[in-house]
Design a protein around this ligand. Structure first.
Ligand code: HEM
Length: 151
């Protein structure tokens, strides 16, 4: 084997090893709240793909149930970022987080009503509002980690 081929093989093996470690860390690092969020994320993406198709409304309502269940569970959990906030501000931080989640749940119910009524165009606008809530809430309550997308 030429020197080049051996060197190349070793580099590929290293990259594979690092990727596996990175993935393992990703799995381990998910907080209980992060797990609820991931479940919301999968359901929210599915809704985004099909909201313009009224024939999928029953499925959209099922995805909304998943979002509601996980958002309610998230209300009982606290963001990781709380520990980074000065002790005197932690109670307000958690109260603000809970208020944000309750506000989000109100929007979820608005979306449910629009889908039930077959108002898919209106539903699309509500989804945009939910994306805004997601972005603003993440800015306020989520620890910004390296390599993480902004929202
Ligand atoms: C459409 C709505 C939302 C979606 C799709 C969403 C999605 C996500 C995702 C994918 C993560 C990363 C999970 C991980 O892999 O660790 C996350 C984290 C987080 N989200 Fe959301 N999110 C939404 C709304 C919200 C709202 C409304 C709040 C608060 C009021 C919130 C607070 C947080 C917090 C605090 C984290 C970090 C987890 C922790 O601190 O343990 N999210 N979210």
């Amino acid at each position: 084997m030429s020197h080049f081929v051996r060197q190349f093989g070793a580099t590929v093996a290293l990259i594979v090893a690092f990727t596996q470690v990175a993935h393992a860390q990703e799995r381990e690092e998910k907080t209980p709240l992060g797990k609820k969020m991931s479940a919301m994320n999968t359901a929210f993406k599915a809704i985004g793909r099909q909201i313009e198709d009224p024939s999928k409304n029953a499925s959209t309502l099922a995805q909304l149930d998943i979002i509601e269940t996980n958002a309610k569970a998230a209300l009982t959990l606290e963001p990781e970022k709380k520990a980074k906030v000065p002790a005197a501000e932690q109670a307000k931080f958690v109260a603000d987080y809970q208020a944000g989640m309750k506000e989000f749940l109100v929007t979820v119910e608005k979306l449910r009503a629009a889908v039930k009524a077959g108002k898919n165009t209106e539903a699309l606008a509500i989804i945009d509002a939910m994306k805004d809530q997601q972005r603003d809430s993440h800015k306020a309550f989520r620890i910004k980690k390296a390599g993480q997308p902004p929202a």
